[in-house]
Design a binder for this molecule. Sequence first.
Ligand code: NAP
Length: 305
Amino acid sequence: MPVLYDRVALIGLGLIAGSMAHAMRRGNLAGEIVGTARSAETRAIAQEIGLCDRVVDTAAEAVEGADLVVLAVPVGAMGAVAREIAPHLKPGATVTDVGSVKRAVISAVDPHIPEGVHFIPGHPLAGTEHSGPRSGYAELFDNRWCLLVPSGNADVGAIDRLRALWEGMGAHVDLMDADHHDLVLAVTSHAPHLIAYTMVGVADDLRRVTDSEVIKYSAAGFRDFTRIAASDPTMWRDVFLTNKDATLEILGRFTEELFALQRAIRSGDGELLFDYFTRTRAIRRGIIEAGQDTDAPDFGRAKAR
Ligand code: NAP
């Protein structure tokens, strides 16, 4: 694969940007990777482990001469970063982001993008509960989807090049409208995370069952919830604050279904429960058949570092 961008600037050096750096190197997709992060500590670690070719102190410095700029900070920080880098962007450059919510990022970033710079928002549907500069790995995006949500008048050549980058990093790429993205992700990611946070919170509150019992006798269902509920608090706070409407819509429906299942349990309606669980089992089979998970006992998580 030929080099797609001579210089890539990564703003934020956590799980996603770090994985991009490794994956771009694996595929020889970038001439030079320049990175920066908010704290001196993260920048020092990135330097020490050689995450980028160059680590610089500020976002403004990082984007100088960059052909591609990737905003890989929490959703709530995207607007401030865009404001800082705007005067330093190279004409003709592409700016993208990896934020988990799209409409709010577009509203925060787009007004700062100068004429002649292409803004193509994106979201790789891949992650783990780990964060920070040491958490990334080259295979994170392999066989995962990356959704790009360009505006109607975005430059086709710039979209194609960004698509080629994500494909070179192992992902499949789809284009999607921002509002639709936010609704789909509320169903597949945001509401499930909130439910996991709640379930782990309930276990934590339930004093009749001791903390040590919760940990010692942790069964598979609860263990999976705790993995999800260990995700980065800043990132997830921002997701819920910025994808408010879609998440509340899905949680409303979730609450109704939960009441229906509660009623079935109370009234002993085994048929309803059986039919419901049969329907949900088919969705799981669909995900495995689509290659988006494995039915190995550890769900393939041994690979996820
Ligand atoms: P991460 O590992 O926590 O890294 C976040 C990076 O952003 C760090 O380098 C941090 O710098 C920097 N940062 C934090 N707050 C900032 C601020 N206010 N201003 C400037 N920089 C700031 O996060 P991540 O998991 O890579 O997530 C990055 C983005 O990807 C988020 O928008 C998230 O929604 C999205 N995303 C995450 C996942 C996932 O599963 N984790 C999946 C898909 C998309 P310091 O280290 O110096 O604090």
